[in-house]
Design a protein around this ligand. Structure first.
Ligand code: 13P
Length: 250
């Protein structure tokens, strides 16, 4: 064990215009310097091509893709289109899309399969609401999301799980480390059920109000293999300390 490299991915959500590329280059420089950690940045699709040009060593990702290769889907973008402009990965199943776009587990599974078919790596998100946690259903809900949305042939070389408790996203609240350990351990067990030994190589990221102040503690939790970072990934001065914390935890 211990073979899983830490992975820190930023999710810029609907933030970032051309003026943000200088920040992205600072992040890329820190990522280059920290050789023991994998780093990626998922930017708005409008920025992917320029981001990939501006920081060729930093894997640039999308935040969603459509499950179809092409077709009459106004406003949508396929995985192959994202790959063509320089994306190397995509997030699927983020809770904001599950809520705002009513994406189902079946949709998310199809998106992950489409992304893989187009050569993209995938960060598959899962996470419970506060009401589900309060009702004692967090582990059941999250493991069911994974069972229903992860492709059957998923493997660690192209798919990463991100556990993001919805109530911790953008709120400044983080779960107790014991709750994070319990959840990540339960996810590992579910992954073993689903994909056997491959589960031990698959990375499970924590996301939700991760910042330079709490990253070291979260990244030291057993089965936490990195972070998916929203707000604190928007600037190098906030994101680089998280990359450094991951390097120290490696
Ligand atoms: P914050 O880090 O802003 O809480 O966002 C987490 C997230 O949703 C990353 O996908």
């Amino acid at each position: 064990m211990g073979a899983r490299r830490k992975f820190v991915a930023g999710n810029w959500k609907m933030h970032g215009m051309a003026g943000s590329l200088s920040e992205l280059q600072l992040i890329a420089a820190a990522a280059d310097a920290s050789k023991s950690v994998d780093v990626a940045l998922c930017v708005p699709s409008t920025l992917i091509a320029r981001a990939a040009d501006a920081a060729p060593t930093l894997p640039i990702g999308a935040q969603d893709c459509h499950q179809a290769e092409h077709g009459a889907h106004t406003g949508c973008v396929s995985a192959a289109m994202l790959a063509e402009v320089g994306a190397r990965l995509t997030i699927v199943g983020h809770s904001e899309r599950r809520q705002d776009q009513q994406e189902s587990n079946a949709d998310i599974k199809a998106k992950a399969e489409a992304a893989h078919a187009a050569g993209l790596s995938v960060i598959l998100c899962c996470g419970e609401t506060e009401a589900q946690r309060d009702a004692g259903q967090a582990i059941a809900r999250v493991t069911a999301q994974i069972a229903e949305s992860m492709p059957d042939d998923a493997s660690a070389d192209w798919l990463t799980i991100a556990y993001e408790p919805i109530w911790a996203i953008g709120t400044g609240r983080v779960p107790q480390t014991s709750d994070v350990a319990e959840m990540h351990g339960a996810i590992r067990v579910k992954l073993r059920d689903l994909i056997g030994e491959e589960a031990d190589a698959m990375r499970i990221l924590y996301g939700g109000s991760m910042n330079g102040g709490n990253a070291a503690e979260l990244l030291a939790v057993s089965d936490v293999d990195g972070g998916l970072v929203g707000g604190a990934s928007l600037s190098a001065d906030k994101f680089v300390p998280i990359i450094e914390a991951a390097a120290s935890a490696s």
